[in-house]
Design a protein around this ligand. Structure first.
Ligand code: OAD
Length: 256
């Protein structure tokens, strides 16, 4: 059970310390999770009941589920894709884009577990999507990968090139992360001097392992979350409150 934060007052001193850590870093890497999109109205995974039509997300987001009942899995993803039509980046996403602008893209990497595309929509450029992207579909029969935006897809959509069944271009439980993206994320965690962990329960591996990599390679680590997490013991500093409020205040402190 994690410590619930009763009030969300983040004091100026803590923000000053975080800003000093960012300023002192030649390179900054950020790891985000569902919490960064919560204020945009995208539900988190381990929130209230964590269920979709009575299914645990872990039950519909696996290759076995897709083999057993592809229609059910597509209904789940089509519902999530439809949900994206009405969501927009929040001030937390925009603040991270502003941080990248301030540092320069070569000094910054944004590693995300989110599949909602909101970081890019906010203007972030160096985004490493560890778990794929809801807008993209991938063929189960040929190498075709396509961005279909939020356009409604059939219950069982098929590839226009080879006719095989399409699947969401999402990393499911029991699947490996995209190799190149993972290698780049590990590299960013090793090379940064400041690692900022935002809105993730930090329990899904290998993504959460990046915190250990950053720690091992000597980065200062900041956590921004509504509550403490399994990874809080690794943190040099915790800022507890909504990331959509904390991040703009933090980035503003850095000046231009
Ligand atoms: P979780 O739902 O596990 O955790 C969300 C975290 O965000 C929690 O620690 C909340 O306290 C925090 N949070 C909620 N609202 C917030 C806010 N406004 N500001 C700051 N923090 C807030 O989501 P993830 O850690 O992203 O994987 O989950 C990791 C992975 O598990 C997902 O990428 C997905 C899932 O199963 C796959 O689909 C492969």
């Amino acid at each position: 059970m994690h410590h619930p934060i009763e009030d969300y007052v983040v004091d100026d001193k803590a923000l000053d310390r975080a800003a000093a850590m960012l300023r002192g870093a030649e390179r900054v890497a950020v790891l985000t999770g569902a919490g960064v999109s919560a204020e945009s109205g995208v539900p988190t995974f381990r929130g209230t009941d964590g269920l979709w039509e009575g299914h645990h997300v872990e039950e519909v987001a696996t290759p076995f589920a897709f083999e057993r009942d592809p229609k059910l899995v597509w209904r789940f993803y089509n519902a999530r894709r439809a949900g994206l039509r009405t969501v927009h980046p929040n001030p937390g996403h925009f603040a991270l884009a502003a941080l990248e602008n301030r540092l320069g893209t070569e000094r910054f990497a944004l590693v995300t577990q989110n599949v909602d595309g909101l970081h890019k929509a906010a203007g972030s450029k160096h985004v490493l999507e560890l778990h794929g992207n809801l807008a993209r579909v991938r063929c189960t029969g040929c190498p075709k990968i396509e961005d279909r935006g939020t356009e409604p897809l059939d219950d069982l959509p098929h590839c226009s090139a080879c006719g095989h069944l399409l699947r969401p271009d999402i990393v499911w439980f029991h699947e490996a992360l995209p190799e190149g993206t993972w290698a780049a994320a590990e590299d960013a965690a090793r090379r940064c001097q400041c690692f900022v962990v935002i809105g993730t329960s930090a329990i899904v591996y290998p993504a959460a392992g990046l915190i250990e990599v950053a720690e091992e390679y000597g980065a200062r680590i900041i956590e921004i979350n509504l509550a403490t997490t399994d990874a809080s013991h690794s943190m040099d500093l915790g800022l507890y409150g909504p990331s959509g409020q904390i991040l703009p205040r933090l980035v503003e402190r850095l000046g231009s």
